[in-house]
Design a protein around this ligand. Structure first.
Ligand code: CA
Length: 418
């Protein structure tokens, strides 16, 4: 696989995130116009509603783009996904006869406001990063009990709130919550003082299930991937999490990047999960490479200050693939729906600079980070801007995710004060 050349000149740079090889799917608006579906190509966006209305897409199904979300495309299934991608790649390729028709339907990304690219049906977050689970378990329960006894056998997770999912750029407000008192003092209600990020990938389920599915079937059901930040209130979490797991600590917001990078675009970057430390039961066993080699990074910029890269890691550090997570999700018979979002779990590597949360980077606040501007951080401060980035690097081309960013707003006044 090498760079595919487009008549959109900006798409042909080897380090551009959105070449013809990528073609990620988003939803955008210009000014006061209604949001609509678009496809990123170089620095531009192809207006899919306009392309469909002009009869340029050549699909049997439709209309698919009279709505501002990609769920209807997902519901059509893998053969439509492949046909749409092939048609877009042909029309946007260098020397395509479609250039004259499509050129007027391109808008600059710099002028566009991005929206959630799909209706989030439901949201589940897993805890499937080996190094993250080891680090957090060590801090919460000691090194002997770091990994729960089930961890090497099932991808554990919890049902989150679809309503909490917001698109990159949406500010995130520091939450209030109930916090454990010092020593054995009574709990208190206060703004979160240990607000954190979690660097994750989000897998988007594009097909429904009715009953248990295999890992291979699960992989076929996945439509694409986004960057995901599972904002986490560590002090709320520490008080509430036993025995039922996260609840309010994870309910404030979950940010995702605005462009869905399709499974097809990521195909050249498939890689295997790490060696199994205990054999998996047959229904969860790996059947082929289903992780992806995607470089990930986290930047933190205090208000008015330049950003510092605080973490660099890779999606291939995960112990379980999204396909294994999805297969496990269905074992109970739980029906899955197009638009379901699965968070991978925090992606940390074995080295300190590869840790995907401040909880790990500052080791629970004991080892604060020093940023390039001189400020120190154990957890996020008001006014901080946090940015996740991700890209798969091929030979002469890049499959980029863009960024997933948000600014931290101060907590409200006590919402219960008279
Ligand atoms: Ca998480």
């Amino acid at each position: 696989m090498s760079l595919l050349h487009s008549w959109v000149a900006s798409a042909n740079a080897p380090d551009h995130p959105f070449p013809l090889n990528n073609l990620p799917y988003g939803v955008f608006s210009l000014g006061d116009d209604d949001p609509r579906c678009g496809v990123a190509i170089g620095d531009m966006i192809l207006d899919m509603r306009a392309a469909e209305e002009a009869g340029l897409l050549g699909l049997d199904s439709g209309p698919l783009f009279d709505v501002p979300f990609w769920n209807e495309v997902m519901e059509e299934g893998p053969s439509l996904w492949a046909a749409l991608r092939a048609q877009l790649q042909a029309m946007l390729a260098k020397d395509s006869a479609a250039q004259a028709d499509l050129q007027p339907l391109l808008v600059p990304q710099s002028a566009a406001q991005m929206h959630l690219p799909f209706l989030v049906a439901e949201y589940t977050d897993f805890y499937a990063g080996r190094h993250h689970a080891q680090n957090v378990g060590t801090m919460f329960r000691g090194p002997e009990n770091a990994l729960p006894p089930n961890w090497l056998h099932i991808p554990i997770g919890y049902n989150g709130r679809a309503s909490s999912v917001v698109v990159s750029g949406t500010p995130v407000r520091r939450p209030w919550g109930q916090l454990k008192g010092p020593n054995d003092a009574a709990p208190r209600f206060a703004p979160c003082a240990r607000f954190d990020l979690e660097l994750e990938m989000g897998a988007i389920v594009g097909q429904p299930s009715d009953g248990p599915v295999t890992v291979d079937q699960a992989d076929d059901m996945i439509f694409g991937y986004v960057l995901l930040n599972d904002w986490s209130a560590r002090d709320i979490q520490a008080w509430e999490y036993q025995p039922l797991g996260p609840f309010q600590a994870k309910a404030t917001a979950t940010s995702i990047s605005p462009w869905i990078v399709t499974k097809a675009a990521l195909a050249p970057f498939r890689c295997a999960t790490p060696p199994r430390e205990a054999p998996l039961l047959a229904h969860l066993r790996d059947t082929g490479p289903m992780l992806y080699d995607i470089d990930l990074s986290v930047d933190l910029a205090p208000a008015g200050q330049p950003a510092t890269t605080i973490a660099r890691t890779n999606y291939r550090e995960m112990y379980y693939s999204a396909a294994q997570q999805l297969a496990h999700h269905t074992t109970s018979g739980c029906p899955m729906t197009p638009g379901d979002l699965l968070g991978s779990g925090t992606i940390s590597g074995p080295e300190r600079h590869q840790r995907g949360s401040l909880l790990e980077l500052s080791w629970g606040g004991k080892e604060p980070l020093t940023l390039e501007c001189g400020a120190t951080r154990s957890f996020l401060e008001d006014g901080d801007r946090l940015t996740l980035s991700g890209a798969a690097h091929g030979d002469g081309f890049t499959i980029g995710f863009g960024t997933c960013t948000a600014e931290i707003l101060p907590a409200l006044e006590n919402p219960y004060a008279r």
